[in-house]
Design a protein around this ligand. Structure first.
Ligand code: PGA
Length: 253
């Protein structure tokens, strides 16, 4: 079975002490993961070493960065490079979250560069895509997401694309409590997999995990993840509550 991933996205929430306590509580539950299951925690940069130290003691638990620079190194005040992440053993990096696209002007071309930087260093990009409400209302979500994938990812080789995790996050469902139905999620995930297949073939398309994000909760995770093309979730709000995120990890196929 392809990898199934419960990914927490803390965004800009929690103090260091609160983050540490949250991880301790989640780890105390001792949820064992099968070889194909992974629990990943995208935490703020200053917490990465703490999180990675705690998480890496457990099989298939890991910390992730929420972003990295498109520049390799140099005079870019306030930026964090992929190489810096690598030097503290971070194995995942969320890229192109809709909040970064909206508030920090990230676009498909710079995300292509960020993805390249991560791949070169063996960091798994969790590449976010997804449409705003205005696009969903005119039923243009498939071509919108296709353009995001084409412009950021489809120049990569089959070998490189196989190392990427995709997160489909309809923007109208993020932080709104308005989850896509499992049928809506499955429809878009199947569409993304079809696009991957057209470009890279069945085998590659079948191996790439596609996570759903947007108001995943303890109560809906099992149903969402049960769809054949939904390989787990990227979870904001509910990842800040230990009991909820534990249930979400347990909901993985
Ligand atoms: P949410 O956020 O679960 O709070 O909707 C998801 C995300 O932005 O990744």
């Amino acid at each position: 079975m392809r990898n199934q991933i419960a990914a927490a996205n803390w965004k800009m929430n929690l103090t260091y002490q609160q983050g540490e306590a949250l991880l301790d509580e989640i780890l105390k539950a001792k949820v064992e993961l099968a070889d194909h299951q992974h629990a990943v925690f995208a935490v703020p940069f200053p917490y990465l070493i703490m999180a990675q130290t705690k998480l890496s003691a457990r099989k298939n638990y890991a910390a992730a960065a929420q972003n990295c620079s498109d520049q390799p190194a140099g005079a870019y005040t306030g930026e964090v490079s992929a190489e810096m992440l690598k030097s503290i053993n971070i194995g995942y990096c969320v890229l192109g979250h809709s909040e970064r696209r909206e508030y920090f002007s990230e676009h498909n071309q710079s995300l292509a560069v960020k993805t390249q930087r991560c791949l070169e260093l063996g960091i798994t990009p969790i590449f976010c895509c997804g449409e705003p409400l205005s696009i969903r209302e005119v039923d243009a979500q498939e071509s919108y997401v296709e353009a995001q994938l084409k412009e950021s990812l489809f120049h990569f080789s089959a070998e490189d694309i196989s190392k990427i995790v995709i997160a489909y996050e309809p923007i109208w469902a993020i932080g709104t409590g308005k989850t896509a139905t499992s049928a809506q999620a499955q429809e878009m995930h199947a569409c993304i997999r079809r696009q991957l297949k057209e470009k890279y073939g069945q085998q590659v398309a079948d191996a790439i995990p596609i996570l759903y994000g947007g108001s995943v909760k303890a109560g809906n995770a099992k149903e969402l993840f049960s769809s054949p093309d939904v390989d787990g979730g990227l979870v904001g709000g509910a990842s800040l509550v230990a009991a909820d995120f534990i249930k979400i990890i347990q909901a993985l196929k």
